[in-house]
Write a protein that binds this ligand. Structure first.
Ligand SMILES: [Fe+2]
Ligand SMILES: [Fe+2]
Length: 325
């Protein structure tokens, strides 16, 4: 059972808080049974549920290409990849449930348009090369973001991330390999690959969130050891990973200002279009309405599966009861 602040007297809260602070300070995990500050619980519910929603909505842009993948092998790989994302969503919903929110509530928040998910999935996937660019850039950014989350102070979240990260690295390589194949093809294929990189590069950099000086919640998350690095630090790390890989691919990263600054030891880069980022976040991206509508329909169409599962559980329990009697 989880202990919430409401169950405790004032002096017990200060004791519980001291234990919590010590656990976090000593890199020990906070588990569902432990007392935790309400703000920590709320922050985690928001972050983990948004993360879960992103995995689930993220199935759509690639799902769009399953029927049109250029070969049986590509189709099988893409199906496995999209299925992995469904699994990530499920681990994460389960992790969020340990904090006292139900799966139904989270699903309702998503289909009512009240919950956020990563803005990147509101961009369209008009060509096959988008499958390459998403794997390379979007899953690539996800890895950079998520590897440090394997050490998140909240146990169920950190453990879910370990499994997720292993699969993300397969996703990133399959995307890279799609782009590599296209870049070794004819002129039209190379142009298609470059065009997809042009469209996904900036939104993938925006995935790390606003610059540090405009990210008010980061400091608290770092204090709680949910987050380990700032948005800008992670963005730097990501660009550092992309530059040599872009060279191997033979694609150009669409930022004329991008260069390694020997003095600072960091990449200098052009300005991200934050106005666009916030517009998409507010729901005005090219595919926001379509993504939510699809999710809503899928939920309605899946009602009979949920009912059947509930009925099966009911009958199993009844049978167990009779056997025990
Ligand atoms: Fe994922
Ligand atoms: Fe992925």
């Amino acid at each position: 059972m989880m202990t919430t602040t409401a169950d405790l007297a004032d002096d017990e809260i200060s004791d519980a808080e001291r234990v919590f602070d010590e656990l976090v300070a000593h890199e020990k995990r906070i588990e569902p049974r432990d007392w935790m500050p309400e703000a920590y619980r709320k922050t985690l519910i928001r972050q983990i549920s948004q993360h879960a929603h992103s995995e689930i909505i993220g199935m759509q842009p690639e799902g769009n290409w399953i029927t049109r993948a250029p070969s049986l092998k590509r189709k099988a790989i893409l199906m496995a990849k999209v299925q992995d994302e469904a699994g990530h969503g499920l681990y994460l919903y389960s992790a969020a449930q340990t904090l006292g929110i139900t799966r139904d509530t989270m699903t309702q928040q998503l289909i009512d348009g009240k919950a956020k998910y990563s803005s990147i999935f509101n961009y369209p996937t008009p060509t096959w090369a988008d499958m390459g660019a998403i794997g390379w850039l979007v899953d690539g950014a996800a890895i950079v973001n998520q590897v440090p989350l394997c050490r998140a102070s909240y146990g169920p979240y950190g453990r879910a991330m370990v499994r997720v990260c292993k699969e993300e690295s397969f996703h990133q390589r399959q995307g890279f390999e799609i782009l590599l194949t296209l870049m070794q093809g004819n002129e039209e294929q190379r142009a298609m690959a470059q065009d997809a990189v042009n469209r996904w590069y900036w939104p993938s950099l925006a995935m790390f969130g606003p610059p540090d000086d405009q990210s008010p919640n980061s400091a608290q998350s770092m204090k709680w050891k949910i987050k380990r690095f700032t948005n800008d630090e992670l963005r730097q790390r990501f660009v550092g990973m992309l530059v040599p890989q872009a060279e191997i691919l033979g694609v150009t990263l669409p930022d004329p200002e991008l260069r390694f600054d020997e003095e600072t030891g960091e990449y200098a880069m052009g300005e991200i279009d934050w106005d666009e980022f916030f517009e998409v976040l507010r729901g005005n991206g090219p595919c926001n309405a379509e993504r939510l509508e699809r999710r809503r329909t899928a939920h309605e169409e899946g009602a009979w599966v949920r009912e059947a599962a509930a009925e099966y559980t009911r009958k199993q329990a009844l049978r167990a009861e009779r056997q025990a009697a």
